[in-house]
Design a protein around this ligand. Structure first.
Ligand SMILES: CC(=O)SCCNC(=O)CCNC(=O)[C@H](O)C(C)(C)COP(=O)(O)OP(=O)(O)OC[C@H]1O[C@@H](n2cnc3c(N)ncnc32)[C@H](O)[C@@H]1OP(=O)(O)O
Ligand SMILES: CC(C)C(=O)C(=O)O
Ligand SMILES: [Mg+2]
Length: 513
């Protein structure tokens, strides 16, 4: 197995994401987590960029013990000096210096000839070698550089003292085949290439950062650079978690491994997301909210029978507790039944089919069915089919500004009689509840009333939770409906019915709230 070093640049290139600005304590927090993740190298910043960057690189270098810390510097002595001052107290001071090599950058940005670029790179590496035990040199925009020139400059910086050669696809222009070929070419055309390790640093402008990084590994790169969650300049860097997991899952193919503590991936991803404010898309590989969620019936059935039918990465591998079978309109009976069992809802086999029909009807109107929806479905069924005491038939509530809210309610009572009452209250709900209290036998003391929407958007259902004391029993009830008043009425009667059921049957319903 080839050992691949993981070079994390979340705090340098990652922080170059537009809109991201981490303060010192946030950077220290991320660095600590990167150490737990066990990356090999942390690029903590660009010390010459600002006082803030200098001091965070310095503090991280002093704090981190289990991995090497590096900082970026241009081919300028003052940048290298700043990097040394920031890094010298670290466990393994390492410089990352770079110079662009492509014709576009030479001509328009650096305004240097090929010879000047070679001279500048060589002088800066020689200068750095007097201070740093380890120097990484990067040929910025390597993937758009003439290969013979790239081979020439790489040979010269190796001779000047560089131990790691990084070949960035700075603007995410390369294709996997092309980019892999650059590594192959240099291995064949640079005489001193065996003295150094080769590193890959890819950007995702064309969505090929991961494929390009892996192509580099296939062609001899032994260090992979990237950022957590793929953050970074423009479309971002290669997502380190994706590379590490790809190498792990496909070790049969890549014959390579990293020392990463993969179980820390999920935690690292959410920390970086929270502190940078860069939200992780739900469908993002490895760390997205949906990465281990199965929504459709056929997939859910497969996963329930054997996870590996649709799951190539086990969630536990990356520190996610478990997969999830999201119930929605695409789900089937297997997943539905499985979730009911997990919730401890004992529904007889013959009931499942009936319940499943109601589930599908509701699921058609909602984006996602929550556990509460399922509990409400089952409870509603139990109460309405097995134990029908008070049943709500009709509610009418009149409300207007400067008017007394009035409710009229029609119920079917315990003995199948029709009960009709009217009442008022300070608000619509109070009017409804005062009226319902007139309908049922015995007094009721409402202790708590809570309402929330289940789901988001206009199709959300109202879910009402009530707690009350009825017949000396403290009980609770839930009501689910598209209308707030109907849900409130249902919750109220649900609680009342539970008490009657308990009193009658001498046992509580198996569901507790
Ligand atoms: C591909 C990458 O991600 S590279 C890293 C990018 N990261 C950053 O730029 C973040 C930190 N940068 C900064 O804070 C600032 O750009 C500084 C402090 C480094 C420089 O600031 P300034 O002196 O104001 O220069 P400015 O940023 O406007 O321009 C960059 C200069 O560096 C030169 N330069 C660019 N790369 C290099 C290099 N590797 N070696 C030497 N000079 C370089 C440019 O040609 C330009 O020179 P010029 O002023 O002679 O035209
Ligand atoms: C500084 C270098 C390594 C870089 O970030 C790039 O070329 O993308
Ligand atoms: Mg970069």
């Amino acid at each position: 197995m080839q050992k691949i070093k993981i070079f994390d640049t979340t705090l340098r290139d990652g922080e170059q994401s537009a809109g991201v600005n981490l303060n010192l304590s946030e950077k220290l927090e991320i660095a600590r987590q990167l150490e737990r993740l066990n990356v090999d190298i942390i690029e903590a910043g660009f010390p010459a960029a600002s006082k803030g960057d200098f001091s965070s690189v310095q503090k991280i270098a002093q704090m981190v013990k289990n991995c090497s810390v590096t900082g970026l510097a241009r081919s300028v002595t003052s940048d290298i000096d700043a990097a040394w001052e920031a890094l010298k107290d670290g466990a393994e001071p390492r410089l990352h210096t770079f110079l662009a090599t492509s014709p576009i950058h030479r001509q328009y940005k650096l305004k240097m000839s090929k010879e000047e670029v070679i001279e500048t790179a060589v002088q800066s590496v020689k200068y750095a070698a007097k201070k740093f035990p380890i120097i990484q040199w990067s040929a910025e925009d390597a993937s758009r550089t003439e290969l013979p020139f790239l081979a020439e400059i790489v040979e010269k910086v190796i001779q000047a003292g560089a131990q790691v050669i990084n070949l960035p696809d700075t603007v995410g222009y390369g294709t996997p085949e092309e980019y892999g070929m650059i590594f192959k070419y240099l291995r064949e055309h640079v005489p001193s290439i065996d003295k150094v390790s080769l590193s890959t640093h890819c950007h995702d402008d064309l969505g090929m950062a991961i494929a390009n990084s892996l192509a580099a590994v296939e062609n001899g790169a032994t260090q992979v650079e990237g950022a957590i969650n793929g953050i970074g300049e423009r479309a971002g860097n290669a997502a380190l978690e994706e590379i590490a997991v790809a190498l792990h899952i496909r070790k049969d193919f890549y014959q390579a491994s990293t020392r990463l503590n993969l179980q820390e991936i999920s935690r690292t991803s959410s920390l970086v997301s929270k502190l940078t404010g860069m939200v992780v898309p739900a469908n993002k590989a490895v760390v997205g909210k949906n990465a281990f969620a199965h929504e459709s019936g056929i997939h859910q059935d497969g996963v329930l029978k054997e996870k590996t039918t649709y799951e190539i990465i086990s969630p536990e591998l990356v520190g996610v507790q478990s997969n999830s079978l999201v119930l929605g309109k695409h789900s089937g009976r297997h997943a539905f039944k499985n979730r009911l069992n997990e919730l401890g809802l004992n529904v007889p086999e013959e009931e499942i089919n009936k319940l499943f029909v109601s589930f599908k009807e509701l699921a058609d109107r909602k984006k996602e069915m929550t556990d509460y929806d399922l509990v409400a479905l089952v409870l509603d069924k139990k109460l309405s089919e097995e134990v029908s005491f008070y049943e709500l038939n009709q509610i009418q509530v009149q409300y207007g500004t400067n008017q007394i809210p009035t409710a009229t309610v029609t119920l079917t009572g315990i003995n199948q009689e029709t009960i009709q009452e009217a009442g008022t209250g300070a608000g619509s709900i109070e009017a409804l509840y005062n009226t319902l209290e007139k309908c049922v036998e015995g007094s009721i003391n409402l202790l708590d009333y809570r309402i929330q929407s289940v789901g988001a958007g206009r199709d959300a259902l109202a879910e009402v939770y009530v707690k009350m004391k009825y017949m000396d029993v403290e009980t609770s009830g839930r009501g689910l409906a598209q209308d707030v008043l109907e849900a409130s009425g249902k919750a109220y009667l649900n609680a009342v019915n539970r008490v009657i059921y308990m009193k009658n049957m001498g046992r509580e319903l198996s569901l507790t709230q």
